[in-house]
Write a protein that binds this ligand. Structure first.
Ligand code: ZN
Length: 274
């Protein structure tokens, strides 16, 4: 992967260091023309101002993160979360994002009925779809690594994401976000990427460190871990994906570094390891 026009940086990569306007500015300074936006950063300044900052910089938006998480047992909580997802659909459209990235959500304290939690998550996506369709964006289902099933996402594999896309009608408003960190280990990786042909809405890249010390915040910079990133990029491209390759490094280690140096490292690794 060489063409810088294919690179995007997920704003979580500089989460602890830069606000949304600072990230837009910092990425543009490094010659990066696309980013994914994190909802909390957007809401610090509001959707209108966020849209203006992004538009003025000529920045493309490869995704808005992160929706879904509609697993609450309490119907009032569940409805509240659905309403917040509808708001996120509108925010995604306002900033020109092609998709709202969505995860499954974890289990409530004391909840041991994983099957029911999965049904609630899927029901939530079904209820959200009309709004997604009206907004002209794609709901991109992102399976997370199964070690995060209890806390973040009962949607765990690409097979499950494909099944859920089918269950949701398989229309163009439903897609999948393939994140190398979450799916690299899967024996069905190739066959499920192939099955996802035409519905891959986002491609997220980071590496798995063999001595990882945190399940969420120790992602590796591309090239520092064990994942054959070039091979996965080839598979995703073979499945028809033509969008940005979005580097997404949630890492306490990298958050401590100078953000300009982090971005420079991302650009270098995009050229040498992706
Ligand atoms: Zn991701």
């Amino acid at each position: 992967m060489q063409d810088l026009n294919r690179l995007s940086i997920n704003q979580l990569t500089t989460r602890d260091r830069w606000s949304l306007p600072e990230a837009v500015d910092g990425y543009a300074r490094a010659g990066v023309g696309a980013m994914a936006v994190w909802w909390e950063k957007l809401r610090e300044i509001g959707a209108e101002r966020a849209a203006r900052v992004i538009r003025d910089a000529g920045m493309a938006v490869s995704g808005y993160c992160v929706g879904g998480m509609m697993t609450a047992r309490d119907p009032v909580d569940w409805r509240r979360r659905l309403a917040d997802n509808r708001r996120m659909v509108d925010e995604a459209a306002a900033i020109g994002s092609s998709c709202l990235v969505a995860i499954g959500g974890g289990l409530d304290a004391g909840d041991r009925d994983l099957g029911a939690a999965r049904r609630r998550a899927l029901d939530g996506f079904a209820e959200l779809l009309p709004r997604v369709r009206d907004a002209g964006i794609v709901l991109a289902l992102e399976p997370l690594h199964p070690m995060l099933c209890a806390t973040r996402s009962v949607l765990c594999t690409l097979r499950q994401a494909n099944d859920w896309c089918d269950a949701l009608g398989g229309g163009p408003e439903v897609g999948i976000a393939v994140d190398t960190y979450n799916v690299w280990w899967d024996p069905e990786l190739d066959s499920q990427i192939e099955r996802a042909a035409g519905r891959i809405a986002a491609y997220h890249v980071s590496d798995w460190l063999p001595d990882t010390c945190d399940l969420r915040f120790d992602r590796g910079m591309p090239g520092d871990g064990v994942v054959d990133l070039r091979r996965i990029a080839e598979r995703v491209t073979a499945a028809g994906y033509r969008g940005r390759h979005e580097v997404e490094i949630l890492s306490s280690r990298w958050w401590r570094e100078d953000p300009d140096a982090v971005v420079a490292t991302v650009v270098e690794r995009f050229r040498s390891a992706m």
